[in-house]
Ligand binder design. Structure first.
Ligand code: PLP
Length: 474
C-alpha cells in the first residue's frame, strides 16, 4: 500500500515513511491510494478479538512491516490491562465494550484507556509503532506538542518509557482541570517533559509552530509531532467501527448508524473510511458543540473556518476547534480524488477564507457518503447528562453528551444507532457537578491522583525559552 497527498504534489510513500512526519511536503494530508474492499471478509472477522481485528485491518494499510511483527504490535497494544476502565469490568476484554441505553441505542466505550479519552485507542498503537520503527532505523525523535488537555496526556501515556522517543508537551499554566494536570504532571518517566507556559493554549501552539517552522533547528533536534492529522492515528481508529458494528449486530446484513462527537474530523474520518471499505454503515451522524463549523458544512455545503477569536470556549473543550484539520481527507474523496480541486479549495482556506460546494456538481454527490449533522449547546449537555443519569443510571461526559443529544434527533425506527463515547465523566468534573449536583465517578485506582508529586517546568511564553529546554535536554 502506498500513500498519496491530497494535494497531489508529493511522491507516493510507504507507511513507515509517513509515520513519523506530519503534513505531506506539498501541504496536503496523506491518504492510501485506494481503500481495500472487505465486505466479503466480515463473516470471517466477526468473531475476532480486538487485537486480531486490528491486525486484519491494519495489515491492509501497513504492508512494510512484516506481518508477524505487526501482529505482535497489535497484541501488545490492545490488552484488557491497558483498556481496563470499563463500566463493567467483566467486559474489559472487549476493549471497546458496547453499553445499551435502549434497544437499538448504544454507547461504544472508547475511553477505557490510560487517559480516559478515545485518543488512547490510536495513540497507544502509535507509541508502539514509533518505538518499533525508530529501533529498526537506529533513530530518535523529540516530540514537541501543545495541549489543552486530552491530546497531550494521551501522547505522554503512549510514549512514556519508549526507547528513542522524548516528549516535550506545552500546556497553558493554570488552564487545565486539576485532574488533567495531575494526569500529565505526575508521570515519573524520564522521557516525558511537562512545560507549563505562562499564557493561553494559543500561545503554546504558536510556539510549537514557530519551532517547527525553523527548519534547521527542527532537523538538528529531530523535532516531530503526533497531531491528529497523523495517518496512523486515523488508521487505528477504523478498527473500532468494525468492532462496534459486530457488537451491535447479529448478522452482516444489518446496517448501523454511528454518531460521532467531532472536532478535528479525525474520529469520524475513520468512520467514513470504514464505510468506504464496505462496512454496512447506514449513516454517519456528526455532532458538534457550539463550534459548529462542520455542522454548517453538512447543512449548507459551505466550509467556513473561524478565527481563534471566533472560537467558543465550551464545556466540551476537546471539540473547540476553529477549523477541522482532517476534513481535507474527506473532501478529497468527495471531489473524486482530484488534487487540483483540493489545491484550489484550500488556497481559499489557507488564506483565511472559505469555500462552498453548494452550487457545483459535488453537492449532488454528498448524500451518497451518508453524513448528517447536528450541534449541541451547554444547556443541551447539562440536560442530556441529567437525563441519561436519571433514566439509565449511567454517567456520561460532556462530549459524549453532545453525541447523544444529536443522535436522538436522528433516530429512525428499526435502525441501530451507536454513539461513540469519547471520554469519561471524571475528566470534566465541573460540568458533571453542575448537571448532577454530585462528583463524577472515577476508577478506584485513580483515587488520590491529584495528590501525587508533580513534575512541571514553568516558563514564560517565548520561543527562545522552549528552544533552550530542547537544547538542554537533547
Ligand atoms: C479529541 C476529542 C474529540 C474530537 O475528536 P476529533 O477526532 O478531533 O473529531 C471528541 N471528544 C473527545 C473527548 C476528544 O478528546
Amino acid at each position: 500500500m502506498k500513500y498519496i497527498s491530497t494535494r497531489g504534489g508529493a511522491e507516493a510513500q510507504d507507511f513507515c515513511d509517513i509515520l513519523l512526519g506530519g503534513l505531506a511536503p506539498d501541504g496536503g494530508l496523506y491518504l492510501p491510494e485506494s481503500y481495500p474492499q472487505v465486505a466479503d471478509r466480515l463473516d470471517a472477522w466477526r468473531g475476532l478479538s480486538y487485537a486480531g481485528l486490528a491486525f486484519e485491518i491494519l495489515s491492509l494499510y501497513i504492508t512494510d512491516i512484516p506481518p508477524a511483527d505487526l501482529r505482535a504490535l497489535c497484541d501488545k497494544t490492545y490488552t484488557a490491562q491497558t483498556y481496563r476502565w470499563s463500566r463493567d469490568p467483566a467486559k474489559a476484554a472487549d476493549i471497546v465494550p458496547l453499553t445499551s441505553l435502549e434497544p437499538d441505542f448504544h454507547l461504544l466505550e472508547l475511553s477505557n484507556g490510560p487517559t480516559l479519552a478515545f485518543k488512547d485507542m490510536a495513540m497507544q498503537l502509535l507509541g508502539n509503532l514509533f518505538e518499533y520503527v525508530l529501533d529498526k532505523r537506529g533513530e530518535t525523535i523529540n516530540i514537541l506538542g501543545a495541549t489543552s488537555g486530552d491530546t497531550g496526556s494521551a501522547a505522554e501515556y503512549a510514549m512514556r518509557g519508549k526507547h528513542g522517543v522524548r516528549v516535550f508537551m506545552l500546556s497553558p499554566d493554570g488552564r487545565m482541570s486539576a485532574f488533567q494536570r495531575a494526569q500529565m504532571y505526575s508521570l515519573p518517566d524520564a522521557n516525558i517533559f511537562n512545560i507549563a507556559v505562562r499564557g493561553m493554549f494559543d500561545d503554546a501552539q504558536d510556539i510549537v509552530k514557530a519551532v517547527s517552522n525553523d527548519a534547521e533547528f527542527k532537523a538538528r533536534y529531530k523535532i516531530g509531532a503526533v497531531n491528529s492529522i497523523n495517518w496512523a492515528r486515523v488508521a487505528a481508529q477504523i478498527v473500532y467501527y468494525f468492532k462496534g458494528y459486530f457488537e451491535a449486530t447479529r448478522s452482516n446484513r444489518e446496517e448501523v448508524a454511528f454518531c460521532v462527537p467531532s472536532g478535528n474530523f479525525g474520529n469520524i474520518c475513520a468512520g467514513h473510511i470504514a464505510r468506504m471499505m464496505g462496512l454496512p454503515v447506514s449513516r454517519l451522524v456528526l455532532a458538534t458543540n457550539e463550534n459548529d463549523v462542520l455542522d454548517e458544512f453538512f447543512r449548507s455545503g459551505i466550509y467556513r473556518p473561524r478565527t481563534t477569536a471566533q472560537t467558543h470556549v465550551t464545556s466540551s473543550p476537546s471539540m473547540d476547534i476553529s477549523k477541522a484539520s482532517n476534513f481535507e481527507r474527506f473532501v478529497f474523496d468527495l471531489v473524486g480524488r482530484d488534487a487540483a480541486i483540493i489545491r484550489q479549495l484550500w488556497r481559499e482556506v489557507d488564506a483565511g477564507g472559505s469555500f462552498s460546494i453548494a452550487d457545483g456538481p459535488f453537492a449532488a454527490r454528498l448524500p451518497a457518503y451518508g453524513f448528517v449533522s447536528g450541534c449541541s449547546s451547554h444547556a443541551d449537555r447539562l440536560a442530556t447528562i441529567r437525563d441519561v443519569w436519571q433514566r439509565h443510571g449511567l454517567m456520561i461526559d460532556t462530549h459524549t453528551a453532545d453525541g447523544v443529544k444529536v443522535a436522538r434527533e436522528y433516530r429512525l425506527a428499526g435502525e441501530s444507532m451507536v454513539v461513540l463515547e469519547t471520554a469519561q465523566a471524571v475528566k470534566f468534573a465541573e460540568t458533571i457537578r453542575e448537571a448532577l449536583g454530585r462528583d463524577p465517578q472515577r476508577p478506584a485506582e485513580l483515587d488520590g491522583l491529584e495528590n501525587l508529586p508533580q513534575r512541571v517546568e514553568l516558563v514564560d511564553a517565548g520561543v527562545d525559552q522552549i528552544k533552550q529546554i530542547l537544547v538542554r535536554e537533547c
